[in-house]
Design a protein around this ligand. Structure first.
Ligand SMILES: Nc1ncnc2c1ncn2[C@@H]1O[C@H](COP(=O)(O)OP(=O)(O)OP(=O)(O)O)[C@@H](O)[C@H]1O
Ligand SMILES: [Mg+2]
Length: 258
């Protein structure tokens, strides 16, 4: 595959300033389709800011983001989600009062209002859509291991389970690219390993491209095809895990502290 034809999501000289602080500084990279792409770096390096730029929560100060040939840099979060980019949040954003099922169903509305469903079983379209929505949401809950807890309020879930629920909600958008911001945070080592296996399975079965932020370096080394390293907003390395691990600048900036 040529790198040009397989480019899926591209950042070109992407910069984001907050007052005098340059949180993301002239960052360029291209992510390939079906890749598991890791993003590491110290606290405050700009990792979450990069996700916020990609998903349209904040606009770049300068530079461009291009998804499948379309410039998305100035698009709204809703439009970007509709294009097939979904995410989870470092600070979990669930509707705590709602059930797990409802949290996932809400996300599906972006996909099901198109009215393509008609005529089956003679049910009115809205009821049919609601039924299919529910079935799909239940499937996703099953997939993330929460199938038997669909009716429980999200706020009662342990941290790790809330993170899995967020993944189910992101998958409900039927994304092409899934951005996960520290999905293993708050999980024990066993759960982290299971999550790593799960991300690989999901990537395969949904034909996804995955971009993953995570501080647990062994997990990242084992899971990612390539890893980008941010340091004070700058991209200081981008390569395969084996190469990144031995990069002196990366060891100095980040890995040395592990
Ligand atoms: N909305 C904002 N307003 C002002 N400063 C911000 C904002 N968002 C992020 N920053 C600053 O930008 C820098 C990068 O933050 P960011 O959250 O992207 O780091 P991170 O790499 O995700 O760190 P962590 O590993 O701790 O999650 C930090 O100095 C942060 O304080
Ligand atoms: Mg962050």
């Amino acid at each position: 595959m040529s790198s040009l034809s397989s480019t899926f999501l591209e950042a070109k000289s992407l910069t984001r300033r907050f007052g005098g602080l340059v949180a993301v500084n002239n960052v360029s990279f291209s992510i390939k389709k079906h890749e598991i792409f890791g993003l590491i770096g110290p606290n405050g390096a700009g990792k979450t800011t990069l996700f916020n730029l990609i998903t349209g929560l904040i606009p770049p100060s300068s530079g461009q983001l291009i998804f499948q040939g379309t410039e998305i840099s100035q698009k709204s979060p809703h439009k970007i989600a509709a294009l097939g980019i979904a995410r989870t949040f470092q600070n979990i954003r669930l509707f705590g009062e709602l059930s797990a099922l409802e949290n996932v169903k809400i996300a599906r509305h972006l996909r099901t209002k198109s009215g393509i469903v008609s005529g089956i079983l003679g049910m009115p379209p809205a009821a049919k859509e609601e039924y299919q929505n529910k079935q799909k949401a239940l499937e996703l809950l099953e997939l993330v291991g929460l199938g038997d807890r669909a009716e429980e309020q999200a706020r009662n879930f342990a941290y790790g389970d809330q993170r899995r629920l967020e993944i189910a909600r992101a998958l409900a958008l039927e994304p092409q690219i899934l951005l996960l911001d520290e999905p293993a945070a708050g999980m024990n080592p066993n759960e982290k390993q299971l999550l790593s296996d799960f991300i690989r399975e999901v990537q395969k079965s949904f034909n996804l491209t995955v971009v993953l932020i995570e501080h647990h370096v062994p997990l990242m080394m084992g899971l990612c095809d390539r890893i980008a390293v941010l340091h004070f907003g700058e991209l200081i390395a981008l390569d395969t895990p084996g190469v990144v691990r031995n990069n002196p600048a990366v060891i100095e900036a980040y890995l040395g502290n592990e």
